[in-house]
Design a protein around this ligand. Sequence first.
Ligand code: ADP
Length: 388
Amino acid sequence: MGDAVLVLNAGSSSIKFALFAMTLPLRRLWHGEIEEIGRAPRVRAWDAAEELLPEQLWAGNTHEDFLAQLLQWTQAHLQGDALAAVGHRIVHGGADFTAPTKLDAQTIAALDRLSPLAPLHQPHNLNAVRALAKLRPGVPQIGCFDTAFHASMDATTRRFALPRALENEGIRRYGFHGLSYEFIAGRLRQIAPAHADGRIIVAHLGNGASLCALKNGRSVDTTMGLTALDGLVMGTRCGALDPGVLLYLMQQYGMAAPALEDLLYHQSGLLGVSGLSGDMRALLAAGDRAAEEAIELFVFHVAREIGALAASLGGLDGLVFTAGIGENSAEIRRRVALRCAWLGVELAEAPNNAGAGLISAPDSRVSTWVIATDEEAMIARHTIAAIL
Ligand code: ADP
């Protein structure tokens, strides 16, 4: 089989994993997810043909318990071939980590200092790196950063209108979902080379949601900022908010940072507005007024920010929908496109309902696609490049 790389995306109660053979082209051997760690853990994995493998009966309470079993399982599958490296999704690379980086005690400590900027993800990403270092000290670990792809944004785009001293401390816009955008930029070059250097907006619409403006395949603007709270309405995150709201909540409601963090990251967005769910599929099926208002607010902000990024690009040639909502919901794509008709976006109904590849009408000024993202493949490619 040859050597392989393991890709990990570790969250607070889950670990997504994928094993890739180091072949050209890259080959995914299997992928899966350990969910509900610490509560009622469950492991599911799929083979290369997307067939669900028999449920794995792994036991344990901690991330480390499950990573140990994942490594044993990996080793058994490799039948004597080596695990050449582990690639990690690390959400925040800050100003210093703008390319995939070997993770050692020093880099882990530097990345840990960024944890307050991504409290939902960064600490869990790094705990998995530390656990792996203990379990397999000889295997190189490579960090791939969600912020890195946006390092090409210019100084004006990166800047908040705050005193310079704060900018010098690193308080500026970084942007996220970069591994997804990098994958889409590469894929677009394959499927529509004539557009790859054009003015493109990619809409990564999942539980976390953001937009990226691409020019010549590089990020020139994005909707997220210092943290992954900014920009669009998300499953449970508020998106862009008048900062005066925070002052008001602190002054009038006596809310301190932990309560605000919970409100903004976990209780807001689609969940907060609908009072029902942060899951778009559930809201579309609900047929309830508050659910509909939450959906409309989501669509409104996607369309409004598409307008803003079109201004950053000086026009719009292409639009790409990706991630859970972007790839699977013809209804959300239809509603966003209607609000963007003034920019020249016009969908063709049947391709939009089919939901893959080119979905715009033949005479639409803006070519529009659905492209499935693959952050794991992007991490695997970076990891292999970093160890060769
Ligand atoms: P994450 O940011 O956690 O990776 P995903 O990219 O998996 O999230 O996206 C999850 C979102 O996609 C959820 O809101 C889910 O309801 C939505 N979604 C998945 N399939 C559909 C569908 N068929 N119709 C509408 N929304 C969908």
